[in-house]
Ligand binder design. Structure first.
Ligand SMILES: Nc1nc2c(ncn2[C@@H]2O[C@H](COP(=O)(O)OP(=O)(O)O)[C@@H](O)[C@H]2O)c(=O)[nH]1
Ligand SMILES: [Mg+2]
Length: 431
């Protein structure tokens, strides 16, 4: 660790709270703190100190040391708990810099933890996801990532691939001694491994939907009762309701809570062929909204001609409104503006959909999905070429390599600097 700098950064983000934590990490952390008068006590014991910030300026602080390697970064860490406030915190950081520390950039502390082997790469990414989590499900998933759950799944799969590869390679080296090989068993085993990776990939979309705030878009012909439903779901009148078709000309959105889920509910302009210019613009907005939707509720009124829901890659709920006027689409769910039970049913259906996403969620992030996808392709090639043991071994090795990259390790060499830079740059400073 010689030659390493000692980092200083504000661990508590925007320093306008009551207390801010200035963190030092590196070989000189304890010495730099001592220069400021922050001499440390036993490991992990908080002590009160007066910091000398230059001239006669003093700041009272609580100081704690966590000596490496049993610290977050694996290095000596000192935390200075000082009063919040941008000016005060800036002075403390400036004093540390004068005493020889280097200002930490985004993700620098976590990167050191990764380099010291205290965290695997996907755990480090989990920390960034945890800090950025906007929903309960996002937070849960991020915590599981940080706790190493994905890492353990990947690890188990890598081990299975490695042991099969060892068998294939042993046959290549000692075919004479081993005798006949069982290609169909190899193929079956590889297929089993591929299916495990595929089940992650299948559940990745559910994970993404569960951790983002989904957009539920109400769409359908003009006058179908979309704005009426929009207001009813929200429980207060937010959108204009009118017997005049084409009243909603752009789109209106509001936050809707369904059980544990928060989503954005979007009311759109109706789709009509004979619409005027202004309304046409609203219809263009609607198309855009449909493209950005996570769930579409397609509404048509019982007393209108059947149009039919658009085909979409996302779930579409078809609902017939104005059931008090008849029923022309018996297959669809029904609604009546004066029927609370039908509304509750629709809420329940949407909620179930979101619950399913949470239950099926795979916690892997986009980068993990990409590597898993590549690993699945390698396993497919390995199975297809199992007759030629050299090729099977080659593709098994490549699959293992792709999966190892999820954890930030590599059997062929370290994970590329560009990858690491991209990942850690997405952190906030002080993490
Ligand atoms: N009879 C009946 N009329 C409804 C119902 N829901 C909405 N309407 C009426 O249908 C008209 C159009 O409703 P609106 O919500 O503005 O439709 P949008 O154009 O799809 O947003 C209004 O006059 C509403 O009062 C319903 O369940 N039954
Ligand atoms: Mg409307």
């Amino acid at each position: 660790m010689t030659g390493r700098t000692t980092l200083v950064g504000v661990a508590t983000g925007r320093p306008d709270g009551g207390v801010a934590i200035v963190r030092l990490s590196g070989p000189a952390a304890i010495a730099i703190a001592a220069t400021l008068g922050a001499t440390v006590a036993d490991d992990r014991r908080l002590v009160a100190r007066r910091l000398a910030l230059g001239g006669a300026t003093r700041e009272s602080a609580l100081v704690v040391a966590m000596r490496g390697p049993a610290s977050f970064t694996g290095e000596d860490v000192v935390e200075l708990h000082v009063h919040g406030g941008a000016c005060n915190v800036e002075q403390v950081v400036a004093a540390c810099l004068r005493a020889g520390a280097t200002a930490a950039g985004p993700g620098d502390f976590t990167r050191r933890a990764f380099e010291a082997g205290r965290l695997t790469l996907e755990q480090a990414e989990g920390i960034a996801a945890l800090v950025g989590a906007q929903t309960q499900a996002a937070l849960d998933q991020a915590r599981r990532l940080v706790a190493g759950e994905l890492g353990r799944q990947v690890e188990a799969l890598v081990e299975s691939i490695a042991s099969l590869r060892t068998e294939v390679e042993a046959w290549l080296d000692f075919a004479d001694e081993i005798g006949e090989r069982d290609v169909s068993r190899w193929q079956a085993e590889i297929e089993g491994l591929r299916a495990r990776v595929q089940s992650w990939l299948d559940r990745h979309g559910a994970g993404v939907r569960a951790r983002s705030k989904p957009r539920v878009v109400l769409a359908g012909p003009a006058n179908a009762g979309k704005s009426t439903l929009f207001n009813a779901l929200l429980g207060y009148p937010r959108a204009l309701v009118s017997a005049e078709p084409g009243t909603t000309r752009d789109y209106v959105e509001a936050e809707l809570t369904l059980g544990d889920h928060r989503c954005t509910l979007v009311d759109t302009a109706g789709v009509r062929d004979d619409a005027g210019a202004l309304e046409q613009e609203g219809i263009a907005f609607t198309r855009e909204q449909l493209e950005g939707a996570d769930v579409i509720v397609w509404l048509e009124a019982a007393d209108s001609a059947v149009v039919g829901a658009p085909t979409a890659a996302v779930p579409v709920f078809t609902v017939e409104s104005k059931r008090d006027l008849g029923c022309a689409r018996p297959q669809w769910s029904g609604l009546r503006s004066d029927d609370d039970e039908a509304l509750a049913q629709l809420r329940g259906m949407l909620q179930q959909r979101f619950d399913a996403d949470v239950q099926e969620a795979w916690i892997g992030l986009e980068r993990h999905r990409d590597r898993a996808r590549e690993a699945a392709a390698e396993l497919e090639s390995a199975a297809a070429r199992a007759e030629v043991a050299e090729l099977a071994a080659f593709h098994l090795r490549a699959a293992q390599q792709r999966l190892d990259e999820i954890l930030g390790r590599s059997t062929l060499g370290p994970v590329g600097e560009d990858v690491l830079e991209r990942i850690f740059a997405s952190f906030c400073i002080g993490k």
